[in-house]
Design a protein around this ligand. Structure first.
Ligand code: TF8
Length: 337
């Protein structure tokens, strides 16, 4: 009894003495953090990863060393997600659309024509709705840190200009591995072919697919203009990226280390969105210069596409997504006011 009391006293005393020391000297261990991504180093994704690498180094006195792996060299989005869950890789950035096999709710962001502009998107992703979805990743072994901008998606193909939706008929169009995208493009009359991004360039080069859809920044940085003649500005979906950490790994970090990662991630989000938006303004002229033939879909045509895609929206709602979609639309309406 006496012994127990003195042990308790001693440990209490030790804690009291050590506490101020711990607060001034941060608890950071030297670590190597592998951060994988699918686009090239010379892309908005690559530039933002580089920014994150530098922020982490600055904020940790060089102890938290992040190494970026571009071009899906650690695997496709889905492969990396699984590596994070298993603890074989620490971090990544990728599309939320490829997360639907893990958290089905993310499919709500794949529905077309939800957001009118980037500001609406920022407010929803950074607000309670976006945060609630990100939190659902925790029980699946992932930590959703921040959303970056991928951007509004547009169509490219090698067959013909798409001026009306009928022009998509029979076009083999690569989509992300996601049921909403498959339903959407089949509703437009295309033949949707789900494929990982890392296989896309070759698939277009060899004619396995005729077209794809992505933001203009990606069409530029992934050199799709080399294998695609026609670009149609359709802005059919606003697509986010999400920066993920392995939960198994993240849980083993100190509070100080986690704080640095969270703050560096927030800084990278602001950098990435600004950079992507600036870059996208240059892309159209760049792609024209590279020989792409570019047209913009009229509002009337976009209206027809909204009608055509209704069954796909209804299917999403009927399969349990109704409440989530209503909630998202209410959030967007709040920003619109
Ligand atoms: C796609 C996405 C890509 C992402 C990226 C490789 O088409 O738009 O930007 O998956 O992380 O797959």
């Amino acid at each position: 009894m006496k012994l127990l009391r003195s042990v308790l006293l001693a440990t209490g005393l030790a804690a009291a003495i050590l506490a101020p020391v711990a607060a001034s000297a941060q608890d950071i261990k030297p670590r190597l953090i592998r951060f994988g991504y699918g686009l090239s180093e010379n892309s908005n994704q690559g530039r933002a990863v580089k920014f994150f690498v530098e922020e982490m180094s600055k904020r940790s006195g060089g102890k938290l060393k992040v190494k970026g792996f571009a071009d899906a060299s650690l695997g496709s989005d889905i492969q990396m997600q699984n590596a994070l869950i298993g603890g074989a890789q620490e971090m990544m950035v990728g599309s939320t659309a490829t997360l639907v096999g893990i958290v089905k709710d993310f499919a709500v962001f794949d529905l077309p024509f939800l957001f009118n502009n980037e500001q609406e998107a920022d407010a929803v992703f950074d607000g309670p709705f976006g945060q609630k979805l990100a939190a659902k990743l925790n029980e699946k072994g992932l930590v959703g840190l921040v959303y970056w901008e991928n951007g509004f998606r547009n169509l490219t193909n090698s067959k013909r200009p798409v001026e009306k939706v009928e022009d998509l008929k029979g076009i083999k169009l690569r989509v992300m591995q996601n049921p909403v995208y498959i339903d959407m493009f089949n509703s437009f009359g295309a033949n949707a072919v789900p494929l990982s991004f890392s296989e896309l360039f070759t698939a277009m080069e060899t004619g396995t697919v005729d077209g794809q859809e992505n933001p203009v920044t990606t069409i530029q940085s992934s050199k799709f203009y080399e294998v695609q003649k026609y670009l149609t500005i359709s802005k059919h979906v606003y697509s986010p990226w999400i920066v993920l950490a392995s939960k198994r790994w993240y849980d083993g970090l100190s509070n100080d280390e986690r704080t640095i990662i969270n703050e560096a991630a927030a800084a990278s989000r602001d950098f990435e969105r600004k950079d992507s938006r600036e870059a996208s303004k240059q892309s159209i002229a760049y792609l024209k210069d590279k020989g792409m033939q570019i047209n913009e879909l009229s509002n009337a045509e976009l209206g027809r596409m909204r009608e055509m895609v209704k069954p796909a929206m209804d299917k999403f709602a009927a399969e349990g997504g109704a409440d989530l979609l209503n909630e998202l639309q209410a959030e967007i309406n709040k920003v619109r006011k």
